[in-house]
Design a binder for this molecule. Structure first.
Ligand SMILES: [Zn+2]
Length: 546
């Protein structure tokens, strides 16, 4: 038994440790930032002394703190200030909201919004700049699509950005144009979005710090104790802001930061490798994009889209260039974190990673934790390759149920057999790490676990057995993918991801046992308390724990 000071004891709980050595316990002792002991109430209670904070869990469930393995938390924090269009069911509603915001905003100031989804609108119309001009002629307007791969802007925004009929499509991007006049329609996707985004004033690092400070409690409330920040602006504003919070002692979420591909050379020159940092803030690797996204029909596919025989999607980076950059990163000790949605994008990055692994092996270099982000659809031939190459599948369960209708429409039922294929990936031994991709989807872990085990939407669609039900996984597997999975993906499985003596005391108290309750009730499970480094950072005011 530990000789050191015990600061916190939690007892009378149902503790799912995610540690194979002792999967279930009822009590945990914490010393400082770390877990000191795990066991029965009797074993643990004897460790207390005057001054130990003792919490009776009253039968509640304790699990390792959730780690969101793919989130854009800095963006989420900033976007809280934008117009939220994610729940607007129709075009008219979006235009009404833009009109209302224009009324209260001084002319000339940008109106920014997020989350519009033409695929979900009741009518089939595609967004145009004229629609926005009609409701906000004096404000530049820029709205991000739900999948964040396209933007919808008005004429003033195009004018400020200097985008005209003469502007060519940038490599890896598309400016939609009126077929009759050749004029931009106001809808731009992938690399073309940068043409307009670059003229929007960027928030300062101080503004981002303030936004993150306000956003952090929402993460705790969701049971998150750690995040993998899946990218950054090329100015590295997220990393700068997280460092400021770390130095002022305010960082209460453990952050693994993935750096943008645009900064690879800088990091290589500086000799900064994956793992650099500490338990609070660490460099994970380099983020690349192979392709676009499903909603914008820019995910790169082996065969064309169902309804568009000429559309195979968009290659954001050429395979040859990716190959060179991947070897450069690996040689410098930086892990790859590569966005790939379509089956062609996944095949291409697997080919690249195969070459990287070969070189790593041949030269006896460390095996880096390379990962593919999203892995939304795979060709059957490629399914076993992630496990074989020890490449992590970083996936987002809510994408599956949000996207199911759209996925079948654009990719067809047959290809969707290996869409969001968690079961098949686990069966062949793949490491799975789950996340939300917030702000694309909310960072609601219970909703993620529910989607992973049922493949149904909260309203029950598409029926009792769920969508492509052969890909459902167990609750324990889903919970693992939100805890140990992300810890492994960042090479941190020795200090995070399970309730194990010696690891960081990052834990979450749940109102009920999500491993045994009826599946529908997973959704209504409340986060009653969140503990980060032994400190209770969130407590549900109505929680019954004492
Ligand atoms: Zn993302």
């Amino acid at each position: 038994m530990p000789a050191h000071q015990i600061d916190l004891i939690l007892f009378n709980g149902r503790v799912h440790t995610m540690d194979a050595a002792l999967p279930f316990a009822t009590a945990v002792a914490v010393s400082g930032e770390r877990i000191a002991a795990v066991g029965t109430d009797k074993e643990i209670q004897t460790l207390g002394h005057p001054g130990t904070l003792i919490i009776d869990l009253r039968g509640r469930t304790l699990v390792p703190g959730f780690i969101d393995a793919h989130i854009h938390f800095a963006t989420w924090a900033l976007h809280r200030q934008h117009l939220d269009l994610s729940d607007a069911p129709a075009l008219e509603e979006i235009l009404a909201r833009v009109a209302a915001r224009a009324k209260e905003t001084p002319p000339g100031t940008w109106i920014l919004g997020d989350g519009f989804d033409p695929n979900a609108w009741s009518d089939a119309s595609w967004p145009t700049r004229q629609m926005l001009d009609a409701v906000a002629p004096k404000h530049p307007v820029l709205l991000h699509s739900k999948d964040h791969h396209s933007i919808w802007v008005n004429s003033l925004a195009l004018q400020l950005a200097g985008v005209t009929r003469e502007t060519p499509d940038p490599p890896g991007g598309r400016i939609l144009r009126d077929p009759a006049t050749g004029e931009p329609t106001g809808f731009l996707s992938e690399a073309a979005t940068g043409l307009v985004k670059r003229v929007v004033p960027r928030p300062t690092v101080e503004q981002l710090v303030a936004a993150l400070r306000e956003a952090q409690p929402f993460a705790w409330q969701a049971g998150l104790t750690g995040i993998h920040e899946a990218g950054d602006h090329k100015e590295m504003s997220a990393l700068r802001a997280f460092q400021i919070l770390r130095h002022s002692g305010e960082l209460g979420l453990r952050v693994v930061q993935y750096i943008p591909a645009a900064q690879l050379d800088t990091f290589v020159q500086a000799g900064v490798q994956s793992g650099f940092g500490d338990e609070w803030l660490r460099i994970g690797g380099v983020k690349f994009f192979m392709d676009g996204a499903l909603g914008s029909r820019t995910a790169l596919m082996l065969q064309p889209y169902e309804d568009e025989p000429d559309n195979h999607g968009v290659a954001v980076i050429e395979k040859e260039e990716m190959w060179e950059r991947a070897l450069q990163a690996s040689r410098a000790g930086l892990a790859l974190c590569v966005h790939a949605i379509g089956d062609r994008a996944n095949r291409d990055i697997l080919d690249v990673l195969e070459a990287v692994r070969e070189e790593e092996r041949a030269e006896g270099r460390p095996v880096l934790r390379h990962r593919i982000e999203h892995v939304q659809v795979l060709h059957p031939d490629d399914l076993p390759r992630l496990a074989r190459l020890d490449v992590i599948a970083s996936m987002q369960p809510i994408h599956a149920t949000s996207d199911m209708v759209m996925a079948e429409r654009h990719w067809g039922r047959e290809r969707c057999r290996l869409a969001y294929a968690w079961r098949s990936l686990l069966n062949v031994g793949t490491h799975l790490a789950f996340g939300s991709d917030a702000p694309v989807e909310p960072f609601d872990v219970m909703a993620g676990i529910y989607a992973a085990v049922t493949r149904r939407r909260p309203d029950g669609a598409p029926g009792p057995s769920g969508w492509q039900p052969q890909e459902r996984i167990t609750r324990e597997e889903a919970l693992r993918a939100y805890t140990l999975g992300p810890a492994y993906a960042a090479g941190e499985e020795g200090i995070k991801g399970s309730i194990t003596p010696g690891k960081l005391a990052d834990m979450v108290v749940l109102s009920q046992d999500i491993l045994t309750c009826p599946a529908e009730e997973i959704l209504s499970t409340r986060i009653e308390a969140t503990i980060v480094g032994g400190r209770i950072v969130y407590r549900d005011p109505e929680a019954a724990i004492g």
